[in-house]
Design a protein around this ligand. Sequence first.
Ligand code: ADP
Ligand code: MG
Length: 253
Amino acid sequence: MSLLALEKVTKSFQFEETQVTVVKEVSFNVKPGEFVCLVGPSGCGKSTILKMISGLIFPTSGRIIYDNNEIAGVNQRAAMVFQSFALFPWLTVRENVALGLEAKGMMRAAALDKANQYIDKVGLDGHEEAYPRELSGGMKQRVGLARAITVEPEVLLMDEPFSALDALTVLNLREEVIDLWQDKEIPLKAVLMVTHSIEEAVFMADKIVVMSTRPGEIISEINVGLVRPRNMKEERFQNITDIIYSLIVQKRD
Ligand code: ADP
Ligand code: MG
């Protein structure tokens, strides 16, 4: 039983006179309880795939099935974390986090109250009234995470969430996201995270879906099978990383 299934999904965009295919016959699924990483080079259509799963754009052909129904509009059961954080600079941390709930029709007072709970979960306790400009990149992305999980989505979609952050912050945030994922109080069923870092995918995912350069096609699916917490220096970690690198290199040559 899969929660989310892509079936031969193709997406083309019109460029002046020509149709350009950016995603070609992509099929994979995400099961309940799975943390899946989608890995591929820049421009292979990863963000396009997340937008289709969000129901913001639609496949040119093929289908995306969410919980037995084809996605036909905005997917209310998914929430997104963006590389660029996408915070409103004129709103406080608490207001930014509450925004998703208010958009879903929750009264402001209740939304702000619920936001507090998730601000604590991402380690921003005490920063509720701060504005984004007062925060470091890592803290901004914690706000982005809190905003996404506050609406209690079934699926968390993350689009290169750590790409704009410094290396040390990235190491911390990867572990914190895994902690949130393993937190029984958060009713998340699955995570689909896009990254261009193979090491990051091996560190975080249960399953890695590897894509080729444009048009993005699936090269391979790898089950990681390492226990958490994972250690990047461990031999088995290195072996899986090497396998994925060689798959990508073979495909390129
Ligand atoms: P990735 O996230 O893997 O870097 P994207 O999904 O952002 O890749 O983009 C894949 C390709 O599709 C890029 O070449 C991009 O320019 C093109 N593209 C994305 N969205 C549109 C659009 N709305 N119109 C035309 N081309 C687009
Ligand atoms: Mg992208």
